[in-house]
Design a protein around this ligand. Sequence first.
Ligand code: PEP
Ligand code: MG
Length: 581
Amino acid sequence: MKKLIGVSGSSGIVTGKAFLYLEKEVPEITRFSIPEDQVDAELARLKIALDKAIKEVKALSEKAANEMSKDGADIFLAHLLMLEDVDFHDNIFSKIKTDLVNAEWAFFNASRQLMQVMLASPDPIFRERAVDIKDVSSRVLDHLLSVKQTSLADLDHDVILVAQDLMPSQVLTMNRKHVKGIVMDIGGATSHTAILARAFNIPAVLGLSTATSEILDGDTLVLDANIGEVVINPPRDELSKWEHLEVDYLLKLNEDMQTRDLPAVTKDGHKVLLKANIGIPEEAESLQRYGAEGIGLFRSEFLFLDSGQVAGEEQQLKSYNKVLAAMGKLPVTIRTADIGGDKILPELFSSKEINPLLGWRAIRLSLAMPEFFLAQLKAILRSSVNGNVKIMFPLISGIEELEEALVFLEEAKNECRRMKQPFAENIEVGVMIEVPSAAMTADILAQRADFFSIGTNDLLQYSLAVDRGNEKVSYLAQSSHPGILRFLKSAIQAAHDKGIKAAMCGEMAGDPSMTALLLGLGLDEFSMAASSIPRVKRIIRNVTLDECRKLAEELLGGISYIGNDVILKKWMTEKFPKENG
Ligand code: PEP
Ligand code: MG
């Protein structure tokens, strides 16, 4: 038996068999000449690879039609059209015959040329297709080169997924029904992969460094993701102890869910709102099970990352309407796309950056792509007649960016008016406070915003200089750092001075050990992974605002996160002995 210690990415306890997922490297495609008498064999090889790819895509298209939306199935139908395009085939076959080159090169070259033509097109629809060509082309090349890439979408039995790293898009497209837990070499608790694991209620332990070298396929694993521990091949008696803990954990979760219909109100009558964060529209359907009073953060970028494509205005509108239909009259805050950083759409927005987290991300990218930004704003505006919608801008660093984004919003409104498309004229516009300069100038931003939502994941990353996906420095990402508490206090204060609400949608909002402190700082709304709502609500319903204010005051006088954590832990243990026990 061996134990590995990492960080908790998504809580829960689970036991199961390891599925080691190591992505295979695709060898470099080189050009070489073939003798004339090998032409037929080369053509046959390409034909077989194409047939295999067509068969796979047909199966995927059927699966998508059964399990996902029509849009999902359409993506694969488009792939099929490309794979079966006669002109495209003829072009490649004649290249092999006349130039006497190997099939991989002929195919790779033809796909690359086609992709370049698409990318150069002024029409965004054509540019969107480029990513499909890449997808289709690597599928065929994998067969030609006999590279077997295991697709996580094809998982057909329960596993604990062990990987070096998983992209958010892989978490979105894997067969989540069978992924009982996630174990990763890299990643921190606020990485987007962790956020998605929480959204899907999959226990995850991240930042283990050596998991993929120490765990073998088929090993029995125990994940105690509450404390960030992975046990490899425990003896039988140990394993049954863990299996009991797994059941206890599920029972406790169930008990917490009993508060679903009760308000989030302190013992002395102070009411706050508890909302949910979502990444894909389908999540909205289950939120009310946890007692969510709205959606405080819809990370709209996942609409694009899910498919690897830029969804157009109509397609986005459909997704927003789907969320609104599930939420009824409850408020839904749609954040404009936060693409960039660790959420990249390589074919469309790639600009190989040395430091992507400080680079072309979120509002910066939207402001630089007017067509893309306007389409999103119009889709949000048009959806606003179907529910209670708010717009929010990510990664605002100062008033100039906010003003510029508001000009775009005005233009989008004017276009809607011209097109006679109704929208809620007074739609509220919020600003994410997640860049230190925004927190420091919150009083200025409050003059032009209808609400704030504090993004502690990025606020910690940027103010403590800690890459949120890097496990080596994640020990520094401390929410109770005096510097962070000061930022929170001044942002909340600035909102209240201007009479607007201060919300929080970073992971800190869903951390029950921080709930009392945030209440004491005056936070009005907490938005988190839906499954965290019941626990946070239990804390709120068992404290008074008065005692929370005193706690916040004491912590604001603290000089270190270690000291603050001791105070917080003592306070929580006294009030909630079972919570820490
Ligand atoms: C944040 O930074 O806290 C936040 C909520 O945004 P994201 O995690 O999507 O960057
Ligand atoms: Mg952020």
